[in-house]
Design a protein around this ligand. Structure first.
Ligand SMILES: *Cc1c(COP(=O)(O)O)cnc(C)c1O
Length: 359
C-alpha cells in the first residue's frame, strides 16, 4: 500500500494562502456584540427583497435560469451597457478567479497593490500565475507609478482596488487616466469597484466612462457591500465584449442561484432606498473618522465602509481590546486592523476603544 502513488494536486495548490474570513463575535452574556470584521452591510434586507426571495424559494427543485436573462437585462438597462459587455459571477471574488483563469498562463504576472484584497494572491496562486505586489504608499494609497513600472512582458493583468480594501483610499480619475496611458493595451486593467457606492471625493473615477474609452479595462462590482446581499454571492463585470465573453466562457454553469438573481433584481428596483442607507453609512463613516482624528489617530482617507488602523506589532492587542468591548474587527497580524462601519452603537464602541487605546 505505502508504495502506491496517491493523487497529487499541482505544486502551486499547496502554496495558496488561506483566506482569513472575518470572525463572528465572541458571545458574552448580557452584551450585544457586533461583527465589524467583514465589511458587511449592517442593515437587514429591504422588505420587498425578502418577499421576492421567499417566492423564489418555492422553485428550489429547479436549476436557475442559466443565462440569468432577467438580471443581465436589469443591469444592462440600469448601466446603459450592452448585455454582451456584462458577466455575472458568484460574487466579485468569482470574477477575480475567472479573470486569472481566462487570461494567465502559468508564470504570467499579475500586478497589484499590497496590502490589498486578500482574495487576489489566492486567485493568482490557484492559477499558477505569479503575484507582483507593489507596496501601498504610507498613507494607504496605491503607488500607481510604481505599479506601471512593475509591468513587464509577462504581465497579463493589473488589479486596481479602489477604494482599497483594507487601507481605504480611492484613486482619482486623473490618477487612473494617467496610469492607463502608461500601461500597454495588451495588459488587462481590472478596476475593483466593490465599494463604489461609498465613494465621496473630488475627481472620483467614472468607471463606466473609463470602460467606454479603453479596450483593456474591466470593472468588477458586487451586490455584497452597498446592496447588502453578501450571503447570496452575486457580482458582475463590465468589460468590452471579448473580455466579458471570456469571463462568461469560464464561469461556473448555474453559479448564480435563483434566489440570488431575484434578490439582485429586487435590490436594483429598490435602489433609491438602498442608497439612502448607504448615505447613512457614509455619514457614520464621517463621524467615526472625525472622532478618530480628534482623538489623535492618523487614519488614512476612508472611502469604503471601513477604516484602517496602522498598528504594526500592536495589531493583536487592539483586536483583543475591541473584543472586550463587544466588537469584532479584522486584524492583519503585524500590520494593522480594519474595522467596518456598522450599527451606530458599534461605531460608538469603536470610538470609545480608540480613545482608551494608547496611540
Ligand atoms: C468584498 C470585496 C469584494 C466582493 O466580494 P464578493 O465576492 O462580491 O462578495 C471584491 N473586492 C473587494 C476589494 C472586496 O473588499
Amino acid at each position: 500500500m505505502s508504495t502506491e502513488q496517491t493523487p497529487t494536486p499541482r505544486p502551486n495548490i499547496g502554496a495558496i494562502p488561506p483566506y482569513v474570513a472575518g470572525k463572528p463575535p465572541t458571545v458574552r452574556p448580557g452584551m450585544v456584540s457586533y461583527k465589524l470584521s467583514s465589511n458587511e452591510n449592517p442593515y437587514p434586507p429591504l422588505p420587498g427583497v425578502v418577499e421576492a426571495v421567499q417566492q423564489a424559494v418555492g422553485s428550489m427543485n429547479r436549476y436557475p435560469d442559466m443565462g440569468s436573462a432577467s438580471l443581465y437585462q436589469a443591469l444592462s438597462d440600469r448601466l446603459g451597457v450592452p448585455v454582451d459587455d456584462l458577466s455575472l459571477a458568484t460574487g466579485s471574488v468569482g470574477l477575480i478567479y475567472q479573470l486569472v483563469q481566462a487570461f494567465c498562463e502559468p508564470g504570467d504576472e499579475v500586478v497589484y497593490a499590497w496590502r490589498s484584497f486578500e482574495a487576489y494572491p489566492i486567485a493568482v496562486t490557484a492559477a499558477a500565475a505569479t503575484s507582483v505586489k507593489v507596496p501601498v504608499l504610507p498613507d494607504g494609497r496605491h503607488d500607481l507609478d510604481a505599479m506601471a513600472a512593475a509591468v513587464t512582458d509577462r504581465t497579463r493583468i493589473v488589479l486596481v482596488c479602489t477604494p482599497n480594501n483594507p487601507t481605504g483610499p480611492a484613486v482619482t480619475r486623473a490618477e487612473l487616466d494617467a496610469f492607463l496611458a502608461k500601461v500597454p493595451p495588451r495588459v488587462l486593467v481590472v478596476v475593483d469597484e466593490a465599494y463604489l457606492e461609498f465613494v465621496r471625493m473630488a475627481d472620483p473615477v467614472d468607471g463606466l466612462a473609463t470602460y467606454r474609452r479603453h479596450r483593456n479595462v474591466v470593472l468588477t462590482r458586487t451586490f455584497s457591500k452597498a446592496y447588502g446581499l453578501a450571503g447570496f454571492r452575486v457580482g458582475y463585470a463590465v468589460a468590452p465584449e471579448p473580455i466579458a465573453g471570456a469571463l462568461r466562457a469560464v464561469s461556473l454553469p448555474f453559479g448564480v442561484s435563483t434566489v440570488a438573481q431575484v434578490a439582485a433584481i429586487a435590490s436594483l428596483e429598490r435602489e433609491a432606498e438602498l442608497l439612502e442607507r448607504v448615505e447613512a453609512l457614509v455619514a457614520e463613516r464621517t463621524r467615526v473618522v472625525d472622532g478618530l482624528r480628534a482623538a489623535g489617530w492618523d487614519v488614512p482617507e476612508a472611502q469604503g465602509n471601513f477604516v484602517w488602523f496602522d498598528l504594526g506589532e500592536r495589531t493583536l492587542d487592539f483586536a483583543a481590546a475591541a473584543d472586550e468591548l463587544g466588537i469584532v474587527v479584522r486584524p492583519f497580524a503585524g500590520e494593522g486592523v480594519r474595522v467596518s462601519i456598522g450599527e451606530d452603537e458599534a461605531n460608538d464602541r469603536l470610538l470609545k476603544l480608540a480613545q482608551e487605546f494608547p496611540r
